[in-house]
Design a protein. Structure first.
Length: 129
């Protein structure tokens, strides 16, 4: 009887582990000028004008809740660090935007992507006068 109970508990533990949420994982990074309704990029680009809003879409797989954050950088210096809490039910797109009312200076920029505090990717882009 004890052996049977042990096997039942082991089986229950295996089933519970199999039903758990898959962790968030990076699938793709897109940068561009506009967004689709699902948060993906509608107009993909890596070159922008000084007066444009710059969007990044972090596309993920998994269904576990977590945080997605980005570090926008200009010439290696951090200029913004927004974070969003997410709780997806599967593949999802989480978008962020960078704006500058005074116009962006021309030059090299990048955006680093973090999932639950761990850097998982980066994209480079340029602003051209």
């Amino acid at each position: 009887m004890i052996v049977m109970r042990t096997w039942v508990l082991v089986l229950m533990a295996i089933v519970a582990a199999a039903c758990g949420d898959a962790p968030l994982a990076l699938a793709n990074i897109q940068t561009g000028r506009s967004l689709n309704q699902d948060g993906s990029i509608a107009s993909i680009s890596t070159q922008f004008k000084p007066n444009e809003t710059i969007y990044v879409s972090v596309q993920t797989t998994g269904s576990a809740p977590g945080t997605i954050s980005v570090q926008w950088k200009y010439q290696g210096r951090v200029i913004d660090e927004p974070t969003k809490q997410v709780d997806p039910s599967g593949p999802a797109s989480t978008s962020f935007q960078l704006q500058n009312a005074a116009r962006f200076p021309g030059g090299d920029y990048s955006v680093d992507i973090f999932i639950n505090g761990q850097q998982v990717g980066s994209r480079n882009f340029r602003v051209v006068e």
